[in-house]
Ligand binder design. Sequence first.
Ligand code: HEM
Length: 405
Amino acid sequence: MTLSTDMLPDFPMPREAGCPFAPPREMMRLHAEDPVSKVRLWDGSTPWLVTRYEDQRALFGDQRLSVDTTRDGFPYHTEAFRDTTSTTPPSFLNMDDPDHARIRRMVTGPFTVKRIESLRPAIQRMTDDLIDAMLAGPNPVDLVEALALPLPSLVICEMLGVPYEDHDFFQSKSKVSLRRDVTSEEARAAAGALFAYLGEQLDKKLAEPADDLLTDFAVRMRDGDLSRLEATMLGQLLLGAGHETTANMIALGTLAFLEHPDQLAIVRDTDDPKVLASAAEEMLRYLTIVHTGQRRLALEDLEIGGQLVRAGEGVIIAAATGNWQDDVFPDPDRLDVHRDARRHMAFGFGIHQCLGQQLARLELQVVYGTLLRRVPTLRLATGLDKIPFKDDGIVYGVYELPVTW
Ligand code: HEM
């Protein structure tokens, strides 16, 4: 059925009041009734929204779709996103192969399962230190500030070789790029400040090399394997992606546990790494925090789930509904930490699948397990209806999580 543009549903869609973890009802309706359908974005453009698991999985691996945000017709998240994209160079997240593969190859080494697993003792120590400080400080406390944001920031700073003392600066700038309500000027200024900052850090590494990722990028830049722009954008991408997403998963995931005491009890009472691993995996599926979808542009005519999509049309892959599809994950609205959720697409799939997924998994396993075990009386210090959710963000989460114990 072809609807005129003003009859199309607006995207992103609002969540139902009182249902902070479920995908928006309208998105689930499209998933059931019209799984490849047009939606209307902020600028009046009408990309396709793809909501079924099997179509999404096929598209993530389809090189006829581009992630290049400089192409005409790309379905931008916001006006500010469009304007910064046209004035700042892309990171490899927004490059197609072969450029994407050339740069990604240079950074896969430190993010493999084995290398990330070797960080477990350090991540455990950092988590314990943050919880010690939280327990020694004021009660109630905002868990976002006390734990959810500092932990992934500390870890990515350590890996990159960025001074953690600068966290106020880079956290506030990264936040801007993930909000939907910022002006183009604010977004450009934040991106420019981060870009300048990472450029300075790279120069410092050339002068004083260390055993960290930025030194590696600086050396590659000096040797001509990476341009200065590419090295800087690589640092900027990892710094931003390395802390914001995981921080949202820690805070929102903790809230989901507090609202599901039976599941919380399983995680609190175990030291079985397999249970902790499956709990983290299930939480990633259940929350699918990249809730405004993975954006693509069709480079050729193609068929998606029986629907013809024309070259030049935008495509939004909404993994949140695929991850709540009942023939893939039975009773998808049930948080079940024993479920095998490993096929979820919260990290995307295919060539752009999250580079930092092993790191994020490890951080979530350590944090959920340690926090719930060490603070067994943890509870919300306010009503669920008072929690400020990031409905206006590109990535979902909570702005604050007041907790007490
Ligand atoms: C729970 C936390 C995280 C979630 C939910 C998440 C989610 C995602 C998703 C959905 C994508 C695919 C984007 C697309 O297909 O367009 C992605 C890509 C990426 N993520 Fe993550 N991420 C997380 C943590 C991290 C961390 C900790 C890092 C780095 C240290 C990281 C670095 C990246 C990078 C570099 C890419 C681009 C990969 C490429 O284009 O080849 N992410 N992430």
